[in-house]
Design a protein around this ligand. Structure first.
Ligand code: SF4
Length: 265
């Protein structure tokens, strides 16, 4: 692997053992979180971009950031080098989950995921992939379907955050698909993944619920917690039968966790 110039800027540890690493490369910052999983799986929360200017309403980067700053895609070789550093300083697990849920939008740098998988898969006995997308386009679904057809163990999480298209656009301005189109593409990906015994064996090994797709929703006070939204979410759930997960909202200066969150759960 060619050596790129990256340097470790900082390493921060939470009480539960979760560690955050901040690297600097010539193209920008790379933040990686390493979560120690009880099942002997090293979970890495990975970025796809050095910075993100997509402007999602609930994002700390939007609140603190600069929309004119460029959104540089991270190269697989550079991310592999950062990961190699973390592995060298003491990750002993031989199973790993690469979860692309950090800075950036995976669908805008989709080839990073497969390229990193190819570079890193030999370093673990078992490696699994997951990504969370706002779905800025439905095109990358075709690429992901091809990957799972070839046995690449990928799980896709759709960050919905509102089932109402107009409202969703005010929360996620970069969204370029309707919610129904997004969930339809998600279901088609799920069916393709479920038809691969190799992918499903990996999903069963890594996840309590092996379904290779999930819908994520953060319930934010006065933003996406209306009765109309709840009714629509239930209707979509009944129609498409995709697992639905509430992600606890990390409040920003302007936005608060909804008091209805428990009711949604
Ligand atoms: S895509 Fe992710 S990182 Fe980018 S603004 Fe939205 S929530 Fe933040």
């Amino acid at each position: 692997m060619a050596n790129h110039i990256i340097s470790l800027h900082g390493r921060f540890r939470d009480e539960d053992g979760t560690e955050k690493y901040v690297f600097e490369s010539g193209d920008g910052i790379i933040e990686i979180t390493h979560v120690k999983n009880k099942g002997g799986i090293a979970v890495f929360c990975l970025p796809t971009h050095h910075y993100c200017n997509l402007g999602c309403k609930f994002c700390h980067l939007t609140e603190e950031g600069d929309r004119s700053k460029p959104m540089n895609p991270i190269k697989a070789e550079v991310l592999a080098e950062a990961l190699a550093h973390i592995l060298n300083v003491g990750v002993k697990d031989d199973r790993a989950l690469f979860s692309f849920m950090g800075v950036g939008e995976p669908f805008l740098n989709i080839h990073l995921i497969h390229n990193l998988y190819e570079i890193m898969k030999e370093k673990f006995v078992e490696l699994s992939l997951a990504l969370a997308t706002m779905i800025t386009s439905s095109k990358p679904f075709e690429i992901c379907r091809e990957w799972v057809k070839g046995g690449v163990p990928l799980r896709i999480h759709f960050s919905m955050h509102s089932p109402l298209d107009k409202q969703r656009l005010t929360i996620i301005p970069a969204s370029a698909v309707t919610v129904v189109d997004a969930v339809t593409a998600l279901v088609s990906f799920k069916e393709e993944a479920q038809s691969s015994a190799e992918v499903m064996a990996n999903m069963t090994s890594f996840h309590e619920d092996p379904t290779p797709v999930e819908i994520h929703y953060t319930v934010i006070a006065g933003v996406n917690d209306s009765d109309e939204e709840l009714a629509e979410v239930i209707a979509l759930g009944q129609k498409f039968q995709v697992p639905f997960k509430i992600i606890k909202f990390n409040p920003t200066k302007e936005l608060a966790r909804s008091s209805k969150e428990e009711y949604w759960l």
